[in-house]
Design a protein around this ligand. Sequence first.
Ligand SMILES: NC(=O)c1ccc[n+]([C@@H]2O[C@H](COP(=O)([O-])OP(=O)(O)OC[C@H]3O[C@@H](n4cnc5c(N)ncnc54)[C@H](O)[C@@H]3O)[C@@H](O)[C@H]2O)c1
Length: 377
Amino acid sequence: MKETAMTRFLDAGDAARLVRHVGVGQAIVELAGHLQQDLLRWDAFDKSARLASHSREGVIELMPVTDGVQYSFKYVNGHPRNGLAGLPTVMAFGVLAEVSTGFPLLLADMTLATALRTAAASALAARLLARPGATTMALIGNGAQAEFQSLAFHGMLGVRTIHAYDIDPDATAKLMRNLAGVPGLTIVRMDSVREAVQGADIVTTVTADKTHATILLPDMIRPGMHLNAVGGDCPGKTELHPDILRRARITVEYAAQTRIEGEIQQLPADTPVTELWQLVSRQARGRESADDVTVFDSVGFALEDYSALRWLHAKTHALHIGRYVELVANAPDPRDLFGWAMAGEGGEAGKAAETAAEKGGDTGAAALLGTAHALAA
Ligand SMILES: NC(=O)c1ccc[n+]([C@@H]2O[C@H](COP(=O)([O-])OP(=O)(O)OC[C@H]3O[C@@H](n4cnc5c(N)ncnc54)[C@H](O)[C@@H]3O)[C@@H](O)[C@H]2O)c1
């Protein structure tokens, strides 16, 4: 039988199994490492602001990036009122493909990976921006992203106390329940944002509301604080009062995108900002003095998803989690798509090849088969 090119497929259950196997804290550390490597070769990537389709209820976005060897994109939505319909605010899936043939190597749920990579990027930025020795973080917004942010700052910065606040007390109860057993981490429920921010070295805002919210007000901010602003990530959707931004040193992921979507959409378009890759490569310093107020204006950038997909692709093979699927039609004679489809062989060939590819185990069979097929075609 002719070898059939197969795509590795990781559904939501597989992705969760993979992350449970690795451990959330370890996954975040590994993702931060992958992101750091990719940020260090920033110039190798063909970058663009994501393509956003806005509606009254939310946004659907496509996020592509490539380094000329591999290409990735993520589909992600943001619908703050989805909870009322029993759906997550943020849902995502992504594809990693090889540039030489265009063959899709991996199709994966990225809802969980988005939470992990967002937390990894936040902690990576905070390591370069927060004052050394930060131990207390205020966490405003205790929804789906909250545990990942907490564990990232606990594991990567040594945060030991989280001041948790959410307008929905059930969200805070869920956070406290989920992280009750984490050694060395204490979650303290707070009754207001103001109370939560008091005594915090770091403030993470990760709320969801499609409005120019003012979760943080200027008089809540103390010299030296680091603000990790995660929830404002769309035009018309921000969390910080603009006066906070006017006195802060601001780091962003990719300025061309953040000026449209981030907190800094509230400031003039020529407001100076530093990009995260500049901090990582030591070409810029985010904090000059202990009294600086620093802001990581996070919106989520395609490179973070590329790093996450690269990580997932390696893990799915190493841990034998996930399976192969015939995602794209792959006729024996690639030019006879019609004949192949009408003969009704697609499913059978796919199943046989799946078995063969599974037997290939962790050898990166999809990539090899994809390339072999393209060369033979
Ligand atoms: N920057 C990024 O890369 C990135 C990645 C993922 C998600 N996000 C954004 O992060 C936000 C949170 O995502 P999620 O998946 O946790 O959503 P979620 O809906 O699960 O949780 C949001 C929480 O915010 C709370 N909240 C809303 N308004 C609040 C307020 N004024 N004060 C305190 N709490 C408030 C809600 O009650 C809810 O518990 C969203 O806006 C999402 O778009 C950003």
